[in-house]
Each structure stands twice: as C-alpha cells, then as structure tokens.
Design a protein around this ligand. Structure first.
Ligand SMILES: *Cc1c(COP(=O)(O)O)cnc(C)c1O
Length: 415
C-alpha cells in the first residue's frame, strides 16, 4: 500500500495535503516532468530542477536537425543570437527586464566574477565592496578574490542567519567609498527575501552600484529589475528554471550602464566583429560585450521548455503555490516536528520567505542519509539543516506530506 507511510502524520494533515492538491490550479503541470518511480519525493528543486518530458524530444531534434543537419551553418542561422534571445526571454518572463539587458553565458560563478569586476572598475576611486557573510560561498569567494586582486576592502554585513540582510544592515555599511553592494535576493540557507527596491535605493544614495544574485528567485518569485532600478544581476538556470546540470547562467546589466562597463574576459565572442579576427579587442555594443567565448548552446536547450511552462502558468501563480507549499511545511513542522525538537530556520512571514523551508535537528544529517536511501530527496545544509526546496510546477502537496511522513518515522525511530 503506497500510502501506508502517511499514517505517520495526523489524519487532518494528510487530508489537508489532498485538499490542497485538489484545489491547486497548477497541479496538472506536475505530469509534464520526468517522474521516475524510484523518486518518492523530491524536495531539491531549488538545487537542480527536474527535467521536462518534452526536453527529450527537443534534445533529440537538436541532434538530428540543428547540429546534425545545419552543422556550422547554424551559428549564423540562430546560435549566435541564442544567448541574447534566451536572455530576453528570461528577462521578460521572470525578471521584469526589458529586452537587450540580459544575456546567457558562463557559469554563475564566472559571470559573477565578470560583472563584479566590471562594476568596481566603473567606480574608480572607490575602494570598498559591501557583501554579507551568509551569502552563498561562491559569491563570497569571488568578491574576496577581486578585493585581493585590486587592493579593495570588503565591508561584511553579518546578518541574522535565520533571516537575512535588512535595509538597515546595508545602510550601516555603505559610504561614499563603496563601489558595489553584492547581495542575494533570496538567502540560500534561510530563504529570506531581501528588499530589492529599498536596498537598491540605499546603495544608489551612497553612489554605489548594486548587483543582485537571483539564483534562488528566478522562475519562482517575481522580480522587477527595471522597476527597482537595479544595476546588475546574475542567476542560475538549473534551479527553478530546470536548465539541467551545468546549464549556463544569465547576467543582467541595466541599459544605461552597459557601454560604461568593461568586463575582464575580453574574448572574441564579445568583440564588435568577432569574425574579422582583427589584431585587437573592441567590445560589442550592448549585452554582447559580456559574452566571452563560444556560447554553450546545448546547455541552453532544456531551460527553454521550462520558460515556456513558467510563462504559461504565470510567475504570480507560481509564487502563490510556492507560498502554500512552504506554509504547509512550516505548519506541519510546528505541529508534528516541534515536539521532536525540530526547529524552523526560515522566516515565518511568507512575504519574506522564498521557496524553501529549512528544518533543523541534531540528528538531521543521518536522517537525511536515510531519506535518500528511501528515494526521498531533500538536501542537507551543515550543521543540522534539512532544506525542503519545492519547485511549484513539479511538486505536489501529497509528495511533500510523504517526505515529511518518512522524516517523522526516521526521527521517532531514533528517539
Ligand atoms: C546555486 C548558487 C550559485 C551557483 O554558482 P555556480 O557557478 O552555478 O556553481 C551561486 N550563487 C548562489 C546564491 C547560488 O544559490
């Protein structure tokens, strides 16, 4: 009996999960994803989104028709434009960004390096960068490397780890010596949502540029980059945009800033005329100058399918379901897991909470190892956090309840 595990949760919780699925306007989307039997519940859509079934056909057709048949001719026919066209599509569907400001390239880490380096270069005479100690490691390491390279100083915000960076935190650190403020929109550990418009304003009031890392928000939470006056942004496409392992990142540079920035990897694909192969580098106009080498076309294919789906479902509806999913986990945590010593390490106010809920317990590391053996896949965040990341289009409430029922069985066996 597949549902036997659900008896580990109170009946009303299971009934609620079923009712939420029945009332979910986005429920039908789940069947469009590849759902192998061995995966009982997937709570790591914020780390690597599931593939869509249609992506199989897209990849096969690409091999036969585009790569196989068009061969090198496809560069002129479509591939050269693909990083900018796909960027525009991400901008329109998920970022509140008008065309001509978003490009797909590199990994998030490399693109982050390029944009941070370009941004601080555009604020000569300013020697400080504001960043925070709770940001994702790559973001911290990249600014540390750039600060060391250029002799700059980092002013570290130390936010409350259970929440995240506030407007006041930023106000306290910026000065007329700040070149750049680098922050994540949604904290990768707690899921706290930072106030993009207000913090952007604080940075601008100090004459600094701001770069937002959108890895945990793109495709999940509506972002309004143009309206908030954001200067720069980067983000992953293999999380909520389901681009697949190693899918390239996207970068956003506000129109007014593009021709003022010089990015450090001056490769031939960012040249104004790449195929003249001339003696020296002249950056292209607009977003093309932020591209360095040959675009990773294969890695851009799967996210196209997810973008189509996000557009169809609507980012607002996706956000609404995400709130219900995280609220469900937080409520079950209070009722069922708090008595076992589990605490919720994510904001309780849905308005400041992104797509995941972090549950903490002393025994979480070994509990997660057991969950993985059962085909229940959340991820582990040291030292004792279970991160339940729920991608709204591919996750059902009963799936989440099933995962929590397994966790309950494991934690009670132990106590
Ligand atoms: C996932 C994530 C990254 C990943 O960077 P890669 O170069 O793709 O490995 C960077 N920053 C944040 C905030 C992330 O959540």
């Amino acid at each position: 009996m597949p549902d036997a595990i659900l008896t580990h949760l109170p009946e009303h919780v299971v009934a609620e999960a079923r009712a939420l699925d029945a009332a979910d306007p986005l429920a039908a989307y789940r069947d469009q994803f590849v759902l192998p039997e061995g995966v009982v519940a997937y709570l790591d859509g914020n780390s690597l989104g599931r593939p869509l079934k249609v992506t199989r056909r897209r990849l096969a057709e690409f091999v036969d028709d585009e790569w196989g048949e068009r061969l090198i001719r496809a560069w002129d026919e479509s591939w050269m434009e693909q990083p900018l066209q796909l960027g525009d599509q991400i901008g329109r569907i998920a970022l509140g960004a008008a065309a001509g400001q978003t490009a797909v390239a590199d990994s998030t880490t490399v693109l982050l390096y390029k944009l941070v380096r370009a941004a601080v270069g555009a604020r000569p005479g300013r020697s400080r960068i504001v960043a925070d100690t709770e940001n994702f490691p790559t973001d911290r390491y990249v600014v540390q490397g750039i600060a060391a390279e250029l002799g700059m100083t980092i002013d570290w915000i130390e936010p409350d780890p259970a929440t995240g960076v506030t407007v006041d935190d930023v106000r306290e650190k910026v000065s007329d010596d700040t070149a750049l403020v680098l922050l994540s929109h949604i904290a990768y550990k707690s899921a706290y949502i930072a106030d993009v418009p207000a913090i952007t304003q604080v940075a601008h009031d100090a004459g600094a540029l701001v770069l937002w890392d959108l890895c945990h928000s793109v495709g999940l939470v509506p972002v309004e980059l143009d309206a908030a006056g954001v200067d720069l942004a980067v983000g992953c496409t293999y999380k909520y945009l389901n681009g697949g392992p190693g899918a390239p990142a996207f970068g956003y540079v506000a129109k007014f800033l593009q021709d003022k920035l010089v990015q450090p990897i001056s490769g031939w694909m960012g040249h104004a005329e790449p195929f003249t192969m001339g003696p020296s580098y002249t950056p292209a106009d607009g977003m093309r100058r932020f591209i360095s080498g040959t675009p990773p076309i294969l890695g851009m294919l799967p996210m196209q399918d997810m973008l189509d789906l996000v557009e169809q479902a609507g980012i607002e509806a996706i956000r609404e379901k995400s709130i219900r999913l995280t609220e469900f986990v937080a409520d079950v945590a209070d009722e069922v897991f708090a008595p076992l010593g589990v605490t919720v390490a994510s904001p309780r106010d849905p308005a400041t909470r992104g797509g995941h809920v972090t549950l903490e317990h002393e025994a979480m590391e070994s509990a997660i190892a057991q969950l993985w053996q059962r085909g229940v896949i959340p991820d582990f965040r040291r030292p004792r956090g279970l991160r339940a990341g729920m991608s709204p289009l591919s996750t059902s409430f009963v799936e989440v309840a099933t995962a929590l029922a397994h966790l309950h069985e494991i934690l009670t066996d132990r106590s």
